[in-house]
Design a protein around this ligand. Sequence first.
Ligand code: GDP
Length: 296
Amino acid sequence: MFESLQERLGSILNGLTGRGALSEADVSAALREVRRALIEADVALDVVRSFTDRVKQKAVGAEVLKSVKPGQMVVKIVHDELVEMLGSEGETIDLNAPAPVVLMMVGLQGSGKTTTTGKIAKRLTERQGKKVLMASLDTRRPAAQEQLRQIGEQIDVATLPIVPSQTPVDIAKRAVQAAKLGGHDVVILDTAGRTHIDEPLMVEMADIKKSANPHEILLVADSLTGQDAVNLATNFNERVGITGLVLTRMDGDGRGGAALSMRAVTGQPIKLIGVGEKMDALEEFHPKRIADRILG
Ligand code: GDP
């Protein structure tokens, strides 16, 4: 992820730091290149525009241009604005609610929802000592509930027993009830996906939300789908309301646009990133680390 952006920005910014004095025109020319590089990395257009405007505003002042190392100051401004665009540090899943805390996972089919449900359950169990119950609400694909059951077995986390012919809302209610009775701290609801957003999916999500009262609604989105992931997040946020995002396949060789635009476009934080297929391949999202990596 980010490799080509890293290369492009690296050479543009090296061009700036390599010289002594800088004129306003030099900075503007470099920022035009930065803008092009971000657009090619599939960052949303509005986000690119406001990013470069902000950098320009800060970078063309006399204070920067007349400083001893103007190029390095411009690079620092780019870095800081990149961090700002990515969101704040230390976003994590919020479990600050009476038990059982309900987490609702939403997203399209194939985005990594079920895998991420398992990864989060494992993390909460191992790192925070939580007693977790997972439940698949996917009644459309018969294999889906079985897939979650197998993951539960693999990571040694309880799953709600499968009862055929229940509706997603029935299963959600049963899961919360079972968690209350079983003394679970957290219930993770793995909802059904579709190949694309449609009205029945949104209605189903709204119904589940109403009956399970989730404390977090986490959208799982495939970072490799770039702008589509951003549009998806916007849609889910408007229709269902999300409290955060998990971007999967950050181990892939995507251009990075989704990760870079998500926060600015949706206003929702990226809380976790998926970095592989294994159950441990889940990491916190650190804006500063990513900005460091992109700028080398
Ligand atoms: P769902 O339909 O949204 O529940 O998607 P699944 O959880 O079944 O995941 C679909 C595929 O994506 C599976 O083969 C997962 O192993 C894979 N996958 C999920 N998250 C990641 C990730 O972060 N990186 C990689 N490389 N693969 C992932």
